[in-house]
Design a protein around this ligand. Sequence first.
Ligand SMILES: [Zn+2]
Length: 182
Amino acid sequence: MTFAHIPAGYITCRLLAEACGPRIRSEKAYLSWGVFGAVAPDLDYLYLAVTGNLQVNHHLCFTHFLLVWVALFMASSVWMYRDRTGQPPLSAFMFSLGGLVHIFLDTIPGRVYWLAPFNYETFSGDNLLFSIATEFAQTHRHWGYGVELLIIIWAAILFANTGRANRRHSGLGTAVGERHSA
Ligand SMILES: [Zn+2]
Protein backbone atom coordinates (compact mmCIF):
# COMPACT_ATOMS: atom_id res chain seq x y z
CA MET A 1 0.00 0.00 0.00
CA THR A 2 1.37 3.38 -0.98
CA PHE A 3 -0.94 6.36 -0.77
CA ALA A 4 -3.44 5.40 1.92
CA HIS A 5 -1.25 5.21 5.04
CA ILE A 6 -1.59 8.86 6.05
CA PRO A 7 -5.36 8.91 5.36
CA ALA A 8 -5.69 5.63 7.31
CA GLY A 9 -3.83 7.17 10.26
CA TYR A 10 -6.17 10.14 10.12
CA ILE A 11 -9.23 7.83 10.03
CA THR A 12 -7.95 5.89 13.05
CA CYS A 13 -7.52 9.13 15.00
CA ARG A 14 -10.94 10.44 14.08
CA LEU A 15 -12.73 7.17 14.89
CA LEU A 16 -11.16 7.11 18.37
CA ALA A 17 -11.34 10.86 19.02
CA GLU A 18 -14.57 10.77 20.97
CA ALA A 19 -13.50 7.81 23.14
CA CYS A 20 -10.13 9.45 23.80
CA GLY A 21 -11.59 12.94 24.17
CA PRO A 22 -10.99 13.41 27.93
CA ARG A 23 -7.24 12.75 27.42
CA ILE A 24 -6.79 15.03 24.43
CA ARG A 25 -5.16 18.28 25.57
CA SER A 26 -3.66 19.00 22.15
CA GLU A 27 -5.50 17.96 19.02
CA LYS A 28 -2.35 18.60 16.97
CA ALA A 29 -0.30 16.18 19.11
CA TYR A 30 -3.08 13.58 19.01
CA LEU A 31 -3.31 13.64 15.21
CA SER A 32 0.46 13.95 14.72
CA TRP A 33 1.30 10.84 16.73
CA GLY A 34 -1.47 8.81 15.10
CA VAL A 35 -0.43 9.80 11.57
CA PHE A 36 3.29 9.43 12.37
CA GLY A 37 2.65 5.86 13.54
CA ALA A 38 0.74 5.19 10.34
CA VAL A 39 3.82 5.98 8.22
CA ALA A 40 6.57 5.00 10.70
CA PRO A 41 7.08 1.45 9.34
CA ASP A 42 8.11 2.95 6.00
CA LEU A 43 10.99 4.86 7.63
CA ASP A 44 12.98 1.79 6.61
CA TYR A 45 13.05 3.36 3.12
CA LEU A 46 15.23 6.14 4.57
CA TYR A 47 17.63 3.62 6.09
CA LEU A 48 17.83 1.62 2.85
CA ALA A 49 18.31 4.81 0.81
CA VAL A 50 21.12 6.05 3.07
CA THR A 51 22.86 2.67 2.99
CA GLY A 52 22.34 2.27 -0.77
CA ASN A 53 20.20 -0.84 -0.42
CA LEU A 54 16.92 0.29 -1.98
CA GLN A 55 16.80 -2.94 -3.99
CA VAL A 56 16.23 -4.87 -0.73
CA ASN A 57 12.61 -5.82 0.07
CA HIS A 58 11.87 -3.29 2.79
CA HIS A 59 9.26 -5.60 4.33
CA LEU A 60 12.24 -7.56 5.65
CA CYS A 61 13.23 -4.62 7.90
CA PHE A 62 12.20 -4.80 11.54
CA THR A 63 9.89 -1.79 11.14
CA HIS A 64 7.59 -4.12 9.18
CA PHE A 65 7.64 -6.90 11.76
CA LEU A 66 4.16 -7.33 13.22
CA LEU A 67 5.77 -8.43 16.48
CA VAL A 68 7.39 -4.99 16.94
CA TRP A 69 4.06 -3.18 16.67
CA VAL A 70 2.18 -5.68 18.80
CA ALA A 71 4.82 -5.23 21.52
CA LEU A 72 4.58 -1.41 21.30
CA PHE A 73 0.79 -1.63 21.31
CA MET A 74 0.76 -3.82 24.41
CA ALA A 75 3.30 -1.60 26.22
CA SER A 76 1.32 1.55 25.42
CA SER A 77 -1.91 -0.17 26.52
CA VAL A 78 -0.33 -0.94 29.89
CA TRP A 79 0.84 2.70 30.10
CA MET A 80 -2.71 3.86 29.28
CA TYR A 81 -4.05 1.59 32.03
CA ARG A 82 -1.58 2.92 34.62
CA ASP A 83 -2.07 6.56 33.62
CA ARG A 84 -5.79 7.03 33.13
CA THR A 85 -5.81 10.71 32.19
CA GLY A 86 -2.53 11.79 30.53
CA GLN A 87 -2.03 12.45 26.83
CA PRO A 88 1.53 11.01 26.52
CA PRO A 89 0.33 7.39 26.93
CA LEU A 90 -2.42 8.13 24.41
CA SER A 91 0.22 9.44 21.99
CA ALA A 92 2.19 6.19 22.38
CA PHE A 93 -1.01 4.18 21.94
CA MET A 94 -2.02 6.04 18.76
CA PHE A 95 1.54 5.73 17.39
CA SER A 96 1.59 1.96 17.90
CA LEU A 97 -1.97 1.55 16.63
CA GLY A 98 -1.02 3.50 13.50
CA GLY A 99 1.92 1.12 12.98
CA LEU A 100 -0.33 -1.92 13.40
CA VAL A 101 -2.85 -0.59 10.90
CA HIS A 102 0.04 0.10 8.48
CA ILE A 103 1.17 -3.54 8.64
CA PHE A 104 -2.35 -4.81 7.99
CA LEU A 105 -2.83 -2.39 5.09
CA ASP A 106 0.51 -3.45 3.57
CA THR A 107 -0.77 -7.03 3.71
CA ILE A 108 -3.87 -6.27 1.60
CA PRO A 109 -2.18 -5.86 -1.79
CA GLY A 110 1.33 -6.95 -0.83
CA ARG A 111 3.22 -9.58 1.10
CA VAL A 112 4.22 -9.17 4.73
CA TYR A 113 6.22 -11.49 6.99
CA TRP A 114 3.82 -11.52 9.92
CA LEU A 115 5.79 -14.05 11.93
CA ALA A 116 9.24 -12.50 11.41
CA PRO A 117 11.86 -12.74 12.76
CA PHE A 118 10.92 -16.33 13.71
CA ASN A 119 9.38 -17.39 10.44
CA TYR A 120 9.52 -15.73 7.02
CA GLU A 121 6.35 -17.16 5.53
CA THR A 122 4.48 -14.38 3.70
CA PHE A 123 0.91 -13.36 4.37
CA SER A 124 -0.87 -11.64 1.52
CA GLY A 125 -4.37 -10.40 0.82
CA ASP A 126 -3.57 -10.71 -2.88
CA ASN A 127 -2.81 -14.42 -2.51
CA LEU A 128 -5.97 -14.89 -0.44
CA LEU A 129 -8.09 -13.17 -3.11
CA PHE A 130 -6.53 -15.37 -5.80
CA SER A 131 -7.46 -18.48 -3.83
CA ILE A 132 -11.10 -17.49 -3.18
CA ALA A 133 -11.93 -15.38 -6.27
CA THR A 134 -9.37 -16.28 -8.90
CA GLU A 135 -11.21 -14.83 -11.89
CA PHE A 136 -11.79 -11.47 -10.17
CA ALA A 137 -8.18 -11.30 -8.99
CA GLN A 138 -6.91 -12.09 -12.50
CA THR A 139 -9.09 -9.49 -14.18
CA HIS A 140 -8.53 -6.82 -11.52
CA ARG A 141 -4.76 -7.01 -10.99
CA HIS A 142 -4.63 -3.55 -9.41
CA TRP A 143 -7.55 -4.01 -7.04
CA GLY A 144 -5.35 -2.81 -4.16
CA TYR A 145 -5.42 0.72 -5.61
CA GLY A 146 -9.22 0.56 -5.40
CA VAL A 147 -8.91 -0.17 -1.68
CA GLU A 148 -6.49 2.76 -1.34
CA LEU A 149 -8.96 5.03 -3.13
CA LEU A 150 -11.79 4.00 -0.80
CA ILE A 151 -9.61 4.78 2.24
CA ILE A 152 -8.67 8.18 0.81
CA ILE A 153 -12.33 8.99 0.09
CA TRP A 154 -13.32 7.89 3.61
CA ALA A 155 -10.64 10.13 5.13
CA ALA A 156 -11.73 13.06 2.95
CA ILE A 157 -15.33 12.66 4.12
CA LEU A 158 -14.22 12.53 7.76
CA PHE A 159 -12.00 15.58 7.21
CA ALA A 160 -14.87 17.54 5.68
CA ASN A 161 -17.30 16.51 8.43
CA THR A 162 -14.76 17.39 11.15
CA GLY A 163 -14.16 20.76 9.50
CA ARG A 164 -17.89 21.47 9.68
CA ALA A 165 -18.01 20.34 13.34
CA ASN A 166 -14.95 22.43 14.20
CA ARG A 167 -16.51 25.51 12.68
CA ARG A 168 -19.47 24.94 14.99
CA HIS A 169 -17.46 24.06 18.10
CA SER A 170 -14.09 25.75 17.37
CA GLY A 171 -11.79 22.73 17.72
CA LEU A 172 -11.88 18.95 18.20
CA GLY A 173 -10.87 19.07 21.87
CA THR A 174 -13.59 21.57 22.62
CA ALA A 175 -16.14 19.65 20.61
CA VAL A 176 -15.31 16.37 22.30
CA GLY A 177 -15.06 18.02 25.71
CA GLU A 178 -18.44 19.62 25.22
CA ARG A 179 -19.98 16.32 24.25
CA HIS A 180 -18.51 14.65 27.34
CA SER A 181 -19.52 17.36 29.73
CA ALA A 182 -23.01 17.60 28.20
ZN1 LIG B 1 4.93 -0.29 4.68
